[in-house]
Design a protein. Structure first.
Length: 323
């Protein structure tokens, strides 16, 4: 069972200054836990703002679609809580980019508190591909083709090296990414504009009230608004030997392909804390009524610290490690 809410809030308040202090004093480490943004640093904000018109954002497709459109069989459990569309939160938004075939893609992300006010957490499976990512940018609180807080080009992406080496299944325990953003065209950093949430490692698995936000998208919808749902989380131990590990599991209806990278949020004294992102087991789940997240451990904290420090990113190895 996870900590009581009040205790967890006190823990977060104590932990956040400690994380920031460590980030500023930690000597640069090896790039084993840092992954470079494919294609180099982000484009200037003015160019990104010009490129990502409402039409292009609406036409973008999910980074990866692995979920069935069918709900789980009734025997699998009770009816999950419903989700509903809303205009979103300033701290939660969408990454947009074009892939090697010039197709627009998107994936969710959440602004987290950091010393330089420029970090967003997303799912690693969205950003792992070595395919060139052009016009890679983040739009906070994207909805209805709008950029209410501007647009922020991506500077660097940090993934755990094991996720690169093992892939989306065997590496499912490390399906999270920390992304460093460049400033908006007027020089403002993203967290200064939107605020941010605490990143909470080792949050426990069992929470009664978790807010799940995700941006849906498939051939029938243009993901005009994000989905919102509140439900409970539990530990799920994978029974798939190809994707081992323990994951956060949450039942919320309607989280179809495209919701990857969306946050698992719990209340704390500072607002919300981020305890997971849609991903992990089978890149977030096989059905739209049950979603998963990798469990945040010290490995997630290491990515955060490397991103704050701006350590040299690593990337896909030239040849896969021997089996």
């Amino acid at each position: 069972m996870s900590r009581p809410i009040a205790a967890r809030g006190r823990f977060t308040l104590l932990l956040t200054p400690l994380l920031l202090g460590l980030a500023l004093t930690l000597p640069p480490g090896p790039p084993a836990h840092a992954a470079a943004a494919p294609g180099g640093s982000g484009r200037p904000a003015a160019s990104a703002d010009s490129y990502w018109s409402p039409q292009r954002m609406r036409a973008a497709e999910p980074a990866a679609v692995t979920r069935s459109s069918k709900t789980r069989p009734p025997a699998a459990g009770p009816t999950p809580p419903p989700s509903h569309p809303f205009d979103g939160l300033p701290q939660v938004g969408t990454f947009f980019w074009t892939d090697g075939s010039n197709t627009g893609r998107f994936c969710g992300g959440t602004v987290v508190r950091s010393p330089h006010r420029d970090l967003v957490v997303s799912a690693a499976h969205c950003l792992r591909s070595p395919d060139p990512k052009r016009h890679l940018s983040f739009v906070p609180q994207y909805h209805d083709g709008l950029k209410p807080h501007g647009i922020y080009p991506v500077d660097r992406i940090y993934l755990d090296q094991r996720y690169y080496d093992l892939g989306t299944n065997a590496g499912a325990r490390w399906d999270y990414a920390v992304v460093r953003l460049a400033a908006r065209e007027d020089g403002a950093e993203v967290e200064t504009v939107t605020g941010g949430f605490d990143l909470l490692p080792y949050p426990g698995y069992d929470h009664r009230n978790v807010r799940l936000i995700g941006y849906p998208g498939n051939s029938d919808t243009s993901h005009p608004k994000p989905l919102d749902c509140t439900s409970s989380t539990h530990r799920y131990t994978s029974t798939d030997p190809a994707a081992p590990g323990n994951f956060l599991e949450i039942a919320c209806a309607g989280y179809i392909g495209g919701t990857s990278g969306g946050p698992f949020l719990v209340r704390d004294f500072t607002g919300y804390a981020l305890i997971g992102v849609i991903g992990g087991y089978h890149t977030g789940g096989d059905f739209p009524d049950v979603s998963y997240s990798s469990y945040f451990t010290g490995d997630a904290l290491a990515l955060y610290l490397h991103a704050v420090r701006g350590d040299t990113p690593a990337g896909p190895r030239r040849s896969p490690p021997s089996k």
